[in-house]
Write a protein that binds this ligand. Structure first.
Ligand SMILES: Cc1cc2nc3c(=O)[nH]c(=O)nc-3n(C[C@H](O)[C@H](O)[C@H](O)COP(=O)(O)O)c2cc1C
Length: 226
């Protein structure tokens, strides 16, 4: 598989088989992902990988927390989105579009709010994936280091593709930041940024047929000097 193929075929996988991922193979992936670049080589990321009972404990935790507020509303000081009314409306339009495409795949119309909330809750079961990865960052890091965390995450995702695995990055876990902080016994400086579900994609699941659109290059890139 070429890098181009891996980039083009990577999607957010939202349904997995329960095929286990052997620890040694995950270690190999994570050793390689350590090659992700970061400014000053800070490598400003830490990762907690869970499977089996450790993963189940988190699923149960999420179930308990979401029983009180199933919407998954995040109140963290590091919100998942900026104020989307304050920025160019194109961003909110893209967010809505991919949401509509996804719910169309799983056949849940906009009016069925409860159905959509129920479907969203699959996030908190890792979409059935055997492995959950949690990205941890020191709160004192600046915006640069948060960007470098993204490089690490994408490196993991592409290496997963090469191995025939799928991933879904999940900032929805921000909803459980406090609870996960306690569970993982993090110190006062560290926080859970996001999760990644990882495993073998379910080839039968409709939701995995979603190939999210991208803006045309003209909206993104300006070429100068040609
Ligand atoms: C940092 C980050 C967090 C994300 N959080 C979630 C999430 O919580 N749940 C989810 O279903 N998808 C999540 N996504 C997936 C995005 O919705 C997805 O990447 C985007 O719609 C483009 O689709 P694609 O990944 O299939 O190309 C996240 C993606 C990123 C990069």
């Amino acid at each position: 598989m070429t890098v181009t193929e891996a980039v083009r075929q990577r999607i957010s996988t939202r349904a997995f088989l329960d095929t286990p991922i052997p620890r040694g193979q995950l270690v190999d992936l994570l050793e390689t992902a350590q090659r992700a670049p970061s400014g000053g080589n800070l490598q400003p990321w830490k990762l907690i990988a869970v499977t089996g009972p450790a993963k189940d404990e988190i699923i149960h935790l999420a179930h308990r927390v979401l029983a009180t507020d199933p919407t998954g509303h995040v109140t963290s000081d590091r919100p998942v989105y900026p104020d989307l009314n304050a920025v160019d409306p194109v961003y909110n339009a893209r967010r809505k579009r991919v949401g509509e495409m996804m719910y169309a795949r799983v056949g849940i119309p906009k009016e069925d709010r409860a159905g959509r909330t129920r479907w969203f809750a699959n996030n908190y079961r890792f979409f059935g994936a055997p492995v959950g990865l949690f990205l941890i960052i020191d709160r004192r890091m600046g915006h640069g280091q948060w960007a470098h965390m993204g490089m690490y995450m994408q490196t993991i995702a592409l290496l997963a593709e090469e191995r025939g695995w799928g991933t879904c990055m999940q900032e929805c876990w921000a909803r459980l930041r406090d609870e996960l902080h306690t569970l993982f016994q993090l110190d006062e400086h560290h926080m859970v940024y996001a999760g990644i579900s990882l495993g073998v994609p379910d080839p039968e699941a409709e939701v995995n047929d979603l190939y999210a659109e991208r803006a045309p290059l003209g909206e993104i890139v300006e070429f100068k000097g040609w």
